[in-house]
Design a protein around this ligand. Sequence first.
Ligand code: HDD
Length: 712
Amino acid sequence: MAQVVEKVVNAAIGDAKTRQMESFTLEDNSSTPLTSYFGVPIAETDIALRAGARGPTVIEDFHNREKISFFDHERIPERVVHARGAGAFGEFKLHTPLTGLTTAKILTETSKTTPAYVRFSTVGGSRGSADTVRDPRGFAVRMYTDEGNWDIVGNNVPVFFIQDAIKFVDLIHAVKPEPHREIPQAQTAHDNAWDFMALHPQSTHMQSWVLSDRTIPRSYRMMQGFGVHTFRLINAEGKSTFVKYHWTPHLGTHSLVWDEALKLAGQDPDFHRRDLWDAIEAGAYPKWELGVQLIPEEDEHKFDFDLLDATKLIPEELVPVQNIGTLTLNRNPVDYFTEVEEVAFCTQHIVAGMDFSSDPLLAGRNFSYFDTQISRLGINFKDIPVNRPVCPFHTTQQDGQGQMQSKRNRARYHPNRFDALPITSPANGGFKSYPEVVSGIKERMHGPKFNEFVSQAQLFYNSMSAPEKAHIVAAGQFELSKCEEHEVQQNAISRFNLISHDFALAVAEAFPQVKVPDAVPNHGRKSEFLSQVTGKNQTFTAAGRKIGIYVLPGFDYAVGAAVKAAFEAASVMAKVVGPGTGPVVGSNGSSLTAEFTFENSRSTHFDAVVFIGGPDDSYVKGLKNGRLIHVIREAYMHLKAVGGTGNAVPWITDICLPGDFSAGAKTSSEVVLENGAVLAPSAGLGAEFAASFLEGVKQHRVWDREVSHIAA
Ligand code: HDD
């Protein structure tokens, strides 16, 4: 902890937000003698004041009361949704200005580096739930701009379950654990969730995303983010352009496989939080491009969907995404509670040069976020350091519980005798709402295009590759198999039938009692931008991946060291796994330092695994350990690159995965690549092996290995 504080203090020469937060950060005072919260030194903290050694504890012991009382009030309400999350600080740098489209400096001035903050989250689970559950992920970004805080409170999925905020309460009551027994935690695999989704047509498109691999991301670092709603940009002449925001990760958009996600939920419930923290500590700063889809005001009605409907995306074939800036996360929080738990995002935090569209989901959110912060943090949540703007501010608001600003302004109203007029004016950069022309009858209605629910659900499913479709089917079977009521399964599969008849039939294979309705027309259209396997905008790189290098004492050091060095040169986090932590001595007396052990890690902790061989048969005997054989088998089943060198090769081909390799694979004098396994039986091939292996890691998964029973 002392180290982290030191780092932040050193970083204080950095951005305005870091400097501001530093002034609220206590130095590590663990060597200061213990005091009460009000500074009185404490002589004894282990035994409460008693009337006699065996007598009653007395109430006058203020230290005892203070200690217990603070503890009693440590908890605040967790977020009603998105309770589980992780946050980090960083910066945003614009590289392509939106000149002429907005007056917002953050989107027009490339010379600026704007402090930024991101909180990633799951939606349904409690604060202590597991990271790898099937759920959309929150992707909430705050920019501390010179013109005020700008929050884009988005998700890693570009669409939402509902079109109108009034349905949010129903949605969340349905997907949260069932109220009578509070089961299941952090999952939609239950009757209430699928009951609601099956009966609520607006959720049809989102269902196809929820069942896809998008909801089990490999890492927060490997997720796209989306603002979801259509927003407006406003230029100096007051002209508006519609905009959708996209965050595209430099490391590509990649997911876990379901079996891995389930296991990780138990093996390392903090998998995503740890991954983000470790990457930032290692200097492997995650980065995203901010992209915009721009729609001129006059094109508002040219689509077959409504721009105000958050259950629809704008296919990139129709409006390309233009990348305009880079977000980098480079600093972990000093203190989780004050910097992550107390961060208060609000969708209404926009800056001048922007505005909202009339999306009814967004309108409700603009009320809800501020409201929820009052209940979680109190009306003065604005004073919590992570929520403060870095630019000058001046309001007439005052007082309230927890107020921290001692204001020198005597007159907290306007106009007043001290005003240097005009204090409010668009000419001062003041926020001005877009003067939208509206007309209509006040009634509970949506625009006519809001009533189409199926077209984009079909587009998404049609666009998936064969393994991705197989995963969606398996997810549908998993979720519905946890529903106990036949009616729910029947209704859900009937809805899946609207997305794709083949999909519904495939899911129904696991539910013989369900009757799949007749096929409905499918438009057959695909988008080239939606698949994570074949998508046009996808990035494949080994950088930022974690590879386990397994060694036993006596391993071939030259090969192990060459492989590790090659991985590190490719910006891979190469983690040595040995029988214990600390040095594992190789054949020539040199050692590699193991960070993980056979006991404390599983193949699921790594993107790929490599076994380095040793000098003789006794080494292979050591490998014949059920735990280690399982590492190869499990990683292979999870479609990961696996590899071996020297005499670890015949162990892989004959013992771990018998029957999967050609006869010559274990005797070849060259590096062999079969079924996504990389094998180097001969000595001295460390560098060649590593190069081939990195190619495999780069592909993310070996899709050919996947058993798929659905045509692409
Ligand atoms: Fe929400 C939190 C994203 C619809 C009401 N939401 C929250 C967070 C994210 C989203 C990322 C976590 C923020 C953080 O890290 O602190 N929410 C979305 C997206 C939506 C959406 C992408 C649809 C496009 N949300 C939505 C609606 C409502 C809410 C329609 C209410 C009517 N959301 C909330 C909330 C939360 C929240 C209750 C809980 C804690 C908080 O706001 O700060 O107000």
